[in-house]
Design a protein around this ligand. Structure first.
Ligand code: HEC
Length: 179
């Protein structure tokens, strides 16, 4: 059902790759936001566990993973910087809202799990459990997404607390005069 969309994004990806090859590599800016490739089918249904976004306990654990306190072999901050500002050339800048919004939670999970071939971003699945990956993603999202969370049904980032609330129509009667 998504074949047309996938085809389209493949085309977009192809263009992005060509554009990247044409523009000289290097420089510190990342240039205009570039959509990531779609997550492979086996990742399409991976989503942030309920209650993880913006949960202070989870964010604390995510931060410990991100900064290497949890496991000294896993130190995202050594490349991506303590506050999401990259300290190693080429590392994704997590503060760039326009770029980060182009990812879904599934794409992020895929990238952290399997890494990005040909870059310093390696696969972390041998060092981190799925649960730990979600925690570090929840933390990482705080740098650029200002508390937004991924709404699976709506397929987009929404304000904190708004994700998944759509089906509860009874909570928000249509046409309710709020003022
Ligand atoms: C050795 C340096 C290094 C470390 C450590 C590192 N990364 Fe990365 N990361 C990179 C680079 C370089 C990229 C850009 C890859 C690219 O060009 O798409 C990247 C990209 C990413 C992306 C975006 C992927 C994409 O498609 O653009 C995410 C998400 C990410 N890293 C998360 C993490 C997390 C979480 C950790 C810790 C578990 C981590 N990284 C550790 C270097 C690193």
């Amino acid at each position: 059902m998504n074949e047309y969309r996938n085809l389209k994004s493949l085309k977009v990806l192809g263009l992005a790759v060509v554009a990247m090859a044409l523009s000289a590599c290097g420089g510190d800016g990342e240039g205009p936001p570039k959509p990531p490739p779609p997550a492979p089918p086996e990742y399409a249904d991976k989503h942030m566990p309920d209650g993880y976004w913006n949960n202070p306990e989870i964010l604390k654990e995510g931060e410990a993973i991100y900064t290497g306190q949890h496991n000294i072999d896993v130190n995202c901050a050594s490349c991506h910087g303590k506050n999401g500002k990259p300290v190693k050339a080429g590392a994704r800048d997590f503060r760039r809202t326009e770029q980060m919004e182009l990812y879904s939670d599934a794409v992020w999970f895929w990238r952290v799990n399997e890494g990005v071939t040909g870059t310093k971003m390696k696969a972390w699945k041998s060092k981190l459990s799925e649960d730990e990956i979600w925690k570090v993603i929840a933390f990482e999202a705080t740098f650029g997404l200002n508390g937004k969370e991924w709404d699976v049904a709506a397929n987009k980032w929404v304000a904190a607390g708004a994700a998944g609330s759509a089906p509860a129509a009874s909570d928000a009667p249509a046409g309710d005069a709020a003022h």
